[in-house]
Design a binder for this molecule. Structure first.
Ligand code: HEC
Length: 232
């Protein structure tokens, strides 16, 4: 019993693990030896892993430096000396196919058109007024006479929409002016969508009518209101 007690003791640092000693031998068993060589084994493994990692990294380098052109760099391969290839003629970016001449240019067979590419509803006119108020009134003012805030502060004055030339101008002209700019006025193509430009053109037509209409053009039920206003 005594021998057994001295042969069993707890190993240092590892709670619960027992190291057996045979009485009189004074030697550790297999488990004890393993405990001593395990750290050496782990270190070797770690070094091996790092070593492998280093070489694997080294292999990837080849992929990083594979032959390629930087943007806009020169090339001796192509006759024009450029590394990037020009677009194949007729290439159209996705969503940029513009076959509808009237919708996108305001023209029919190259001539400014006097028709709208889609039916104009009251909602379109209202949207046109809202867009006009945002983008055009700073110069053209709310009535379209060309006396907007910016003009009052020195910007070149635009012509009034109510001069005969613009009253008689085809609606495509207004679309064209917004799309491509006109003289001092810059283009609104990047700020106002294609359809909204048509809606603004429709609203300018309404503005022109508002300043040049005769009583016969006013709907019957509205005429009475006008006459009452006049009588005040
Ligand atoms: C920053 C001021 C400014 C704003 C904003 C502006 N315009 Fe103009 N617009 C001008 C000036 C200036 C002219 C006269 C250009 C010229 O004759 O050189 C002009 C001219 C025009 C003409 C007449 C072209 C002609 O045939 O004489 C139309 C139509 C027109 N603008 C529409 C618009 C519409 C629609 C908007 C809003 C989307 C707008 N403009 C916004 C300054 C402006």
């Amino acid at each position: 019993m005594k021998a057994k007690q001295s042969g069993e003791r707890k190993s240092r640092g590892v709670p619960g693990r027992r190291v057996l000693r045979y009485p009189g031998q004074g030697r550790e068993c297999e488990q004890g030896r393993l405990n001593r060589i395990r750290p050496i084994f782990s270190w070797t493994l770690l070094c091996l892993a790092l070593f492998c990692l280093f070489f694997v990294e080294g292999c990837r380098l080849d992929m990083h430096v594979e032959p390629r052109y930087d943007p806009l760099s020169a090339s001796t391969l192509f006759p024009d000396g450029r590394s990037e290839r020009p677009m194949v003629p007729g290439t159209v970016a996705r969503g940029h196919l513009r076959t509808d001449e009237l919708l996108y240019t305001g023209r029919i067979n190259g001539q400014l058109a006097n028709v709208f590419p889609f039916p104009i509803t009251k909602a379109d006119l209202e949207r046109g007024r809202q867009r006009y108020d945002i983008y055009c009134t700073p110069c053209h003012d709310y009535a379209g006479t060309g006396d907007g805030m910016i003009v009052r502060r020195g910007f070149p004055a635009p012509p009034s929409y109510h001069i005969a030339r613009l009253v008689n101008a085809p609606v495509g002209h207004f679309f064209d002016v917004m799309t491509n700019g006109y003289g001092t006025m810059y283009s609104y193509a990047d700020r106002v969508s294609v359809k909204d430009r048509w809606r603004i053109a429709a609203y300018i037509r309404a503005l022109q009518l508002s300043q040049n209409a005769t009583l016969s053009e006013v709907p019957q039920n509205e005429r009475l209101k006008l006459l009452m206003e006049k009588g005040k």
